[in-house]
Design a protein around this ligand. Structure first.
Ligand SMILES: [Zn+2]
Length: 791
């Protein structure tokens, strides 16, 4: 689902869980806490889920197949359905009952989950508000269960607890056995735009037509798993879904002039399309551009026609965790095949005339772009179709999603609407991967699908256009959230229903954390490999947070427990303060006899940066010659608003090994000393950790000649003292100022303590002759002084 960051979902109370931040390994100490392993906080590995984060040798999951027939009763705005469910018990356990989800009970006055939020007296009310406050509805909503029987028609016992239904099995269902049963049901379809909800109808008064989005529309099996048993936590509306994989066959009977777009592949286009449409569909299979199957003119004609005849569309989908569809006579439908990792995928869109100028130009191409980029960062898109429907919302299902973005009456649109539309299409299509394929439990962990998906959405937007105004990903954009008072925050590792601010907590903060891991902590190659491995291991399975945390470390050789602890299990923020700067220049008066040891350090030497601040991901993408942005590859994607500023800023962060030779007891002449160390200054910087969150320290030096240099100190510098760090540097040019995190990579919430003007007088350092003379090679070799001089 797409949550605008401005929407604050204020729930009545926060969770009472115990978090890792409270479990101190070495209380009262300045070390041994933030870097300790997660240990017992993670579940104990077993034969189903291994310590490496991969599925174990006895991993299992349930399967559930559906055969559904349903009829959309448009005059009564009602859906009537019959389903046959085949449940496969792949678990090692014997089952005596099954749990199903009745999500439409969200709208029932009697069977909703009964969760209440605080409510405050409004200053003004309208008729709708009054009806809502009085609990009035035009009719009764929620699922009517008409019949539950076994395959032969013998009734089965069942009972409904709010949004959950338990069906009792006539005999125990042993491991490896299947059970077939049938449910007849119906429900009144809610007006989504008035009463809320993820599915329902939208009424268009201008042409008198409905646009139906049929979602969570059939009784669906809950997940039964090795780590939880039945996931039958009630559906409140915020925490989304946990679903079992299976195969679907669905036949939906709708008004004859409706166009149906659905999860899966249509089985009978020859029966439901006009000959002209069928011809266009066949031609579209090999088209190079987006082509309309159901045209704008046809849609306008159908809007007036309002057929009372019926047609039945049949769709099949394999290995999906859910099934959704849209139906309307308003739909314009276009398609274009895309080659994704060597396989053809039909990318399609459907939208009313209200969205034509935006969707016709962008939607299907954004679908193709999204499945291509996600396939690169995760696993190849496995399904035959991918679709985006305009429905003035943002909600995801396998192979199909519903998005927003309508034009003005004159067909123009603002840049904000266009970027919002591209963002929501990329986001919702991206959900095919998280959680439709990498099938985490959304009801428990919102971040596992929304956070991971927002992260890859961010990567995809960055690859659409280097100028795309990304929202969720860059570190500096999460700062306002991270600096909120602690009572307004909860850790990412919080149950979905207890989150106060859905957008920042479950979307932006996890996406930002992954981006910081990729750009600043692990590096792109190591991160991308491990992230892809997580996707590969858990595609078409049910991963948990521990499986993600463990895989990211297992595949990269990076100990990230400190990061999971700080970023996911705590509400700490990064606030690294540059407390003091001491500096020291060459003492050319006397030389004293002394001995030191040779040592090697790694320095990251950066070339000067032209701009004071530019997003590091955008810079790196521009500098990566393998990257071709979508708006460059296909110039038809450039519109009125398309702009491109080619100002380049270069950062060379190649690490350089520097050996500081051992000193000897012999002295230098003054001339020699000046040659080696004249003009050198040493700087000793002290830092304190004011926010609690440990992070790499990124130091930008600005020299008197206007050039800059960046040093990157890895997070492990905090290991021995998590509160305070001292580091010393040698510089050959006069430093006029020092700034921490100049590219705003670490989400430091207080930039006021990040810089230091140099006003004090320097002290003096002494120079000793090296015992082991090091060869004088190229600049950047193992003699730091030489390299500095050459610079
Ligand atoms: Zn989402």
């Amino acid at each position: 689902m797409m949550k605008r960051l401005t929407i604050l979902l204020l729930l009545a109370f926060a969770g009472m869980l115990t978090f890792a931040q409270d479990i101190k390994n070495n209380p009262g100490s300045n070390h041994g806490n933030r870097f300790e392993q997660l240990g017992t906080i993670l579940p104990t590995p077993n034969e189903y889920r291994t310590a490496s984060g991969a599925p174990g040798p006895k991993y299992w999951q349930q399967r559930c197949d559906y055969d559904i027939t349903c009829e959309l009763d448009e005059p009564n705005r009602r859906l009537n359905g019959k389903e046959t469910i085949t449940y496969f018990n792949n678990s090692p356990n014997t089952l005596t009952y099954l749990w199903l989800q009745l999500d439409e009970n969200q709208h029932s006055t009697t069977n909703n989950s009964g969760y209440e939020n605080s409510s405050f007296m409004p200053k003004s009310v309208n008729e709708q508000d009054i009806n809502r406050m009085e609990g009035k509805r035009d009719k009764e909503y929620g699922v009517n269960i008409l019949k539950v029987t076994n395959a032969l028609g013998t009734p089965l016992k069942y009972s409904i607890n709010k949004t959950m239904m338990r069906v009792e099995l006539p005999q125990e269902l042993k491991p490896g056995k299947t059970f077939v049963f049938k449910i007849d049901w119906n429900y009144n379809i809610i007006e989504r735009t008035r009463f809320g909800g993820r599915g329902g109808f939208e009424f268009f008064p201008e042409d008198g037509n409905d646009l139906y989005t049929m979602t969570q529309w059939y009784p669906r099996l809950c997940v039964y798993s090795d780590f939880q048993g039945w996931q039958n936590h009630q559906f409140v509306g915020s925490g989304e879904f946990a679903l079992t994989f299976g195969n679907f066959k669905v036949a939906m009977t709708v008004p004859a002039d409706h166009i149906v777009m659905s999860t899966g592949v249509a089985q009978n286009y020859d029966k439901v399309l006009t000959p002209a449409q069928l011809k266009r569909w066949q031609a579209a299979q090999n088209a190079k551009e987006v082509t309309e199957i159901s045209t704008l003119e046809e849609a306008k004609t159908r809007e007036k026609q309002k057929s009372t005849q019926k047609k039945t569309w049949i769709f099949k989908a394999d290995m999906v965790r859910d099934f959704a569809w849209g139906s309307s006579r308003k739909f314009i439908w276009d398609a274009m095949p895309a080659m994704v990792e060597g396989k053809k995928v039909m990318c399609m869109s459907a939208y009313g005339k209200e969205a034509y100028n935006l969707y016709r130009k962008y939607s299907t191409k954004a679908v193709a772009h999204t499945i291509k980029t996600y396939s690169k960062f995760t696993i190849p898109y496995p399904y035959p179709v991918a679709q985006s429907l305009e429905a003035a919302n943002g909600m995801e299902y396998p192979m199909i999603c519903f998005n927003f973005g309508r034009c003005e009456k004159d067909g123009t649109y603002s840049e904000g609407t266009k970027n919002g539309m591209l963002g929501v299409v990329i986001h919702e299509v991206g959900h095919n991967f998280f959680p439709m394929i990498i099938n985490s439990d959304e009801r428990q962990w919102t971040w596992m699908d929304e956070g991971l998906n927002s992260f890859v959405e961010y990567l995809s937007e960055e690859l659409w256009d280097n100028k795309f105004p990304v929202g969720k990903g860059p570190a500096y954009k999460i700062v306002d959230y991270m600096k909120l008072p602690k009572d307004q925050l909860e850790p990412i590792m919080t149950n979905s229903e207890n989150i106060l601010q859905f957008g920042p907590n479950a979307y932006s903060k996890p996406a930002t954390g992954l981006n910081i891991l990729r750009e600043t902590i692990m590096g792109r190659d190591r991160f991308d490999y491990a992230f892809k491995e997580y996707a590969r291991r858990w595609a078409f399975r049910h991963p948990t947070p521990a499986d993600f945390f463990r895989t990211m470390e297992d595949a990269s050789a990076e100990d990230l427990d400190w990061f999971w602890r700080g970023w996911f299990y705590s509400t700490d923020a990064c606030d690294i303060s540059l407390d003091t700067v001491k500096w020291s220049v060459l003492n050319d008066e006397t030389v004293e006899a002394q001995k030191t040891e040779e040592k090697t350090i790694i320095q990251n030497v950066a070339k000067p940066i032209q701009n004071s601040f530019d997003d590091i991901s955008k810079i790196r993408n521009r500098e990566d010659k393998m990257i071709v942005f979508a708006t460059d590859a296909d110039t038809s994607l450039r519109d009125f608003y398309w702009r491109y500023d080619r100002g380049l800023a270069k950062v060379d962060t190649t690490p350089v090994s520097v050996t500081i030779p051992a000193s000897s007891t012999e002295g230098y002449s003054n001339e020699e000393k000046m040659k080696i160390a004249g003009g050198k200054t040493m700087y000793e910087l002290t830092f304190s950790n004011k926010g609690g969150l440990v992070m790499p320290i990124i130091i930008e030096w600005t020299f008197k000649d206007g050039t800059k240099e960046i040093n990157r100190i890895g997070v492990n510098v905090w290991r021995k003292n998590e509160n305070k760090v001292t580091k010393t540097f040698m510089k050959s040019k006069e430093v006029v100022s020092i700034k921490l995190d100049p590219m705003r990579e670490t989400a430091d919430i207080n930039e006021g303590n990040n810089s230091w003007p140099l006003t004090q007088e320097p002290s003096k350092f002494k120079l000793f002759r090296s015992k082991a003379n090091t060869p004088r090679g190229a600049a950047g070799g193992n003699n730091p002084m030489q390299r500095e001089i050459k610079n």
